[in-house]
Design a protein around this ligand. Structure first.
Ligand SMILES: Nc1ncnc2c1ncn2[C@@H]1O[C@H](COP(=O)(O)OP(=O)(O)O)[C@@H](O)[C@H]1O
Ligand SMILES: C[C@@](O)(CCOP(=O)(O)OP(=O)(O)O)CC(=O)O
Length: 542
């Protein structure tokens, strides 16, 4: 490993802060925040063995039991096709996400080589095999995928070490902590393991094989052609493996980081969805024209959370199985078009309001009072109602939000504090952000009541309300599709606020609440130096 070329690419996990369900529709958008917890794919050459005459791609899920988590594939040319077969399918079963990603990566690589050189058809496939085997010096590629601990529930690991489910315990676990059971028997935390896996695989392999050139640091804009090609291939492979075309916000943030996302038209993928898997026809290109970034119509609008605020996440274990909510919500929407349209439109206004307010707060970061005000808020209840009368606020929203019985007034109000800060625009924005988070939650509960799907179930309402009463907590919600599994809070980023939240979660009785270590991260896909990622080198050599 020391001598051969090594390529590591990481992709962040995701939290859909606003826009669940709406983002499935191109008319609306979603606010997706990428996380500091990442998925790492590392590609290097396999050693050359005399016995082996096949070209091999080996993919190992590095923190899972080796014997059940190493998928091995052979790649060879048969007649006029490039054929990919899993060698150990009988013993291990398939990993659809890995197989489909590899298959599409090789298909695109053949087409790119044929398009960009004089090598066509079979010659392009031979060139690809030459690159995979490092000019015949290796049996193929050794790929190890490792996910930050946050992607999987660490409850068992903590309990084995007699540690409480608190942030300091999680920080004491070794990076890429080995997990005892195979992936299907391991609980995920909702950061989007398959999207981050597929994206990091696509990027690391295409880059290792010199098919794309990735930016060496976080790109300043999303207009880099190769990055966009990685995006469209990862979206395609992920949809195919999932067996459905979702909104794709998870893959988009795995590539581009935090942003406001408007989905691609599902029709860009329809011509590709029925292509057979397993063998690649080496005639005219079919993937490249469909994946060409200019054919894709998704929008990614730059966004970041303001300085001094932190996104904090919890994995909730309510002992309830969250079924797939999407089908039910969309069926209800179809059956109730008028009422659903009004709800979708009003919730969208609230979602866009939160984006706008956070962006306005970012614009105030340079003001002299900014750090002081944010820090000051960290030690106080962030009261929400007195700065505006309710009707003032609904004017800003331009909708009669009273229709939805927004539950303001539950939070304790200290008039003297408000009087003092009325003229401080940074404080006002923080109050407005808090109020808007409450309003979004109210709309989501309305969606729950109407559709019969527990998007913000009462157990989560109680927990979120209790968290929102803590000093320095601006507000929160259920991310993505909602349900019982996870929650997010937006807090003032100081150790005392984090520790208040941590204490409340660890003492919560109604559900088991385990924090994640992740914070928000602006950046998306990243080419990594092995030594710069804590614990990665050690985990790779385990
Ligand atoms: N560390 C990993 N190594 C290999 N495959 C993984 C890993 N983590 C997740 N996967 C793949 O992703 C699938 C989980 O995808 P999915 O159920 O969509 O969950 P998520 O919402 O986390 O993406 C797993 O069944 C497995 O195929
Ligand atoms: C409903 C949705 O809009 C958001 C779902 O977000 P989650 O973060 O809940 O997603 P999973 O990782 O698939 O569990 C569906 C979509 O946009 O595809």
């Amino acid at each position: 490993m020391a001598t051969s070329k090594t390529t590591t690419v990481s992709s962040p996990g995701k939290v859909l802060l606003a826009g669940g369900y709406l983002v499935l529709d191109r008319e609306y958008s979603g606010l997706v925040v990428a996380t500091s917890s990442r998925f790492y794919s590392t590609v290097t050459s396999l050693p050359k063995s005399t016995a082996q005459d096949k070209v091999i791609l080996s993919v190992r899920a590095g923190q899972f039991p080796k014997e059940s988590s190493t998928w091995t594939y052979s790649v060879n040319i048969q007649n006029d096709r490039l054929v990919i077969n899993q060698i150990n399918e009988n013993e291990l079963g398939k990993n659809k996400f890995i197989f489909i990603a590899l298959f599409q990566i090789l298909s695109l690589a053949c087409e790119k080589i044929a398009t960009e050189s004089s090598l066509k058809g079979l010659d392009a496939a031979h060139e690809l095999l030459r690159r995979i085997t490092d000019d015949g010096n290796s049996d193929g590629l050794d790929i190890v995928v490792l996910a930050d601990n946050d992607f999987y529930s660490q409850r068992e690991q903590l309990s084995a070490l007699s540690l409480p489910t608190q942030i300091h315990s999680l920080s004491s676990l070794q990076p890429f902590t080995p997990l005892p059971r195979p992936i299907p028997q391991t609980n995920k935390t909702g950061l989007g393991s398959s999207a981050a896996l597929v994206t990091s695989l696509v990027a690391s392999l295409l880059s290792h094989l010199n098919i794309v050139t990735l930016p060496s640091s976080y790109p300043q804009s999303n207009s880099n052609h190769d990055l966009q090609l990685v995006h469209s291939l990862a979206q395609f492979a992920h949809c195919l493996a999932q067996g459905k075309v979702g909104s794709g916000f998870d893959v988009s943030s795995a590539v581009f980081g935090t942003h406001i996302y408007t989905r691609f038209s599902p029709s860009v993928l329809s011509p590709l969805m029925d292509r057979p898997l397993g063998s690649i026809t080496l005639s005219s290109p079919t993937l490249l024209p469909a994946l060409e970034p200019s054919q894709w119509d998704q929008r990614t609008t730059a966004f970041r959370l303001p300085k001094g605020l932190r996104l904090i996440l919890a994995d909730v274990d309510a002992g309830t199985d969250t079924p797939s909510f999407v089908g039910k919500v969309l069926t209800w929407r179809k059956e109730n078009p008028e009422i659903a349209k009004k709800l979708w439109d009003d919730l969208d206004i609230a979602n866009r309001q939160i984006e706008r307010l956070l962006t306005e707060l970012v614009a105030r970061e340079g003001q002299v009072d900014y750090d002081e005000t944010v820090g000051w808020m960290g030690e106080r209840h962030i009261e929400d109602v007195s700065l505006y009368s309710f009707s003032d606020y609904s004017k800003r929203f331009l909708v009669p939000i009273c229709d939805y019985q927004v539950r303001v007034g539950r939070i304790r109000v200290d008039m003297s504090v408000l009087e003092q800060h009325k003229e401080n625009p940074t404080a006002v924005l923080l109050y407005e952000i808090r109020l808007t988070l409450f309003i979004i939650r109210d709309f989501q509960r309305r969606m729950s009541e109407l559709s019969g799907v527990p998007i913000e179930p009462p157990e989560q309402t109680r927990l979120l309300d209790a968290c929102s009463e803590l000093e320095g907590v601006i507000g929160g919600g259920v991310p993505g599709a909602g349900g019982y599994d996870a929650l997010f809070l937006l807090i003032v980023d100081t150790p005392s606020v984090v520790s208040r939240v941590d204490d409340l979660w660890s003492g919560w009785k109604e559900m088991s609440v385990c924090p994640l270590l992740a914070k928000q991260s602006d950046g998306g896909l990243k080419v990594e130096e092995l030594d710069a990622v804590k614990g990665l080198k050690e985990a790779l050599s385990r």
